[in-house]
Design a protein around this ligand. Structure first.
Ligand code: HEM
Length: 314
């Protein structure tokens, strides 16, 4: 066990472990396999955002967005009632071909401080050959030996999953840097807050809801009226955790509303715009930059491996 803790797991090994635990859906994402495409726009509030970031995202112009909503894990048939993370991935199409990605979850923190913990979690969830199910003893041992997984686990256990993607908050989780026109850097974290409010499944709905409802609910909701989220940025102060996505920042930090995301249309992922996007979270525009968070840095090569596989129909 000590050896495992100090060893350096590679993105290849993590993607292989995901494939072993969940199986492979040919030509599809290795993680967050089940999902739905959407499109819309983002309008920033320059008076609020520009003191912190010079990104063209916050110019106040309408920025086209290609979005994808998803369930965590590599199971393409995961039930929409599963108490697992939901994802929201955004590709903002900035003027002159510039891009900004935000690839978020509906939990404020992540279940791993380093890639090794994520790898160990995936391995612990591997189905036991005799039962076809994860071995509860292995999951227990994983939790006991990985305290950095506890906060996200507790959040997921105490919050029922959303009744609609349009009624869920999504967090960027990692610490990022905003850089303004005077080259001043501010540490930030962000959250997309649904204007329609958070509406989790009730305990009764959790038992009675069908396997698949999230995709159809979103498609039908946005046919009636667009769905909106405010982008709320938390301003960090000296000493706030910069490189550990498993630890939340104190609640009392200043929060600013820097713009609104509007989703105008949603559609099945096959053949739609989001299908062939690699939502690498390190694709960023001038004015927004990565921290040294080891999870954030690790995601980029892991997504590239999954993307290359699915594009070549593996
Ligand atoms: C070591 C940590 C992580 C690993 C190894 C990992 C791995 C992956 C992989 C392989 C994919 C599929 C990529 C593709 O084929 O396009 C994926 C998708 C995704 N991940 Fe992660 N991930 C990690 C952490 C995170 C974190 C911290 C977040 C949120 C802050 C996140 C949010 C998502 C979302 C939303 C998607 C779906 C993107 C889409 O719709 O295309 N992941 N992840």
């Amino acid at each position: 066990a000590d050896e495992a803790k100090t060893s350096t797991v590679t993105p290849e090994q993590v993607v292989q472990a995901i494939e072993k635990t969940f199986g492979v859906t040919q030509g599809e994402r290795r993680n967050h396999t089940k999902g739905v495409c959407a499109v819309g726009e983002f309008v920033g509030i320059p008076a609020v955002a520009e003191p912190y970031s010079r990104s063209a995202l916050f110019s106040g112009e309408k920025i086209p967005v290609v979005a994808r909503f998803s369930l965590a894990g590599g199971n393409p048939h995961a039930p929409d009632t599963a108490k697992s993370p939901r994802g929201m991935a955004l590709e903002f199409k900035l003027p002159a071909g510039g891009l900004q990605h935000m690839t978020m979850l509906n939990t404020p923190i992540f279940g791993a401080a380093q890639p090794q913990t994520f790898f160990d979690a995936i391995q612990a969830a591997q189905p036991d050959p005799t039962t076809g199910k994860p071995d509860p003893e292995k999951i227990k041992a994983f939790k006991a030996s990985h305290p950095d997984s506890a906060a996200q686990g507790a959040f997921l256990a105490s919050h029922n999953p959303p009744s609609s993607y349009a009624n869920s908050s999504f967090w960027g989780i990692h610490t990022f840097k905003f850089i303004n026109k005077a080259d001043k850097t501010t540490l930030v974290r962000w959250q997309f807050v649904p204007k329609a409010g958070e509406k989790p499944l009730s305990d009764d709905m959790l038992k009675s809801a069908p396997t698949d409802f999230l995709e159809q609910t979103l498609i039908e909701q946005v046919k009636q009226a667009p769905a909106h989220w405010n982008m709320i940025v938390t301003i960090g102060v000296a000493g706030d955790v910069e490189d550990n996505p498993s630890i939340a920042w104190p609640d009392e930090r200043e929060k600013i509303n820097v713009g609104t995301l509007t989703i105008t249309n949603a559609m099945p992922q096959k053949g739609a715009d989001c299908e062939k996007v690699n939502y690498d979270p390190l694709v960023m525009s001038d004015g927004i930059a990565a921290s040294n968070d080891p999870i954030l840095r690790f995601r980029s090569p892991a997504y590239a491996i999954s993307f290359a596989k699915r594009l070549s129909n593996q």
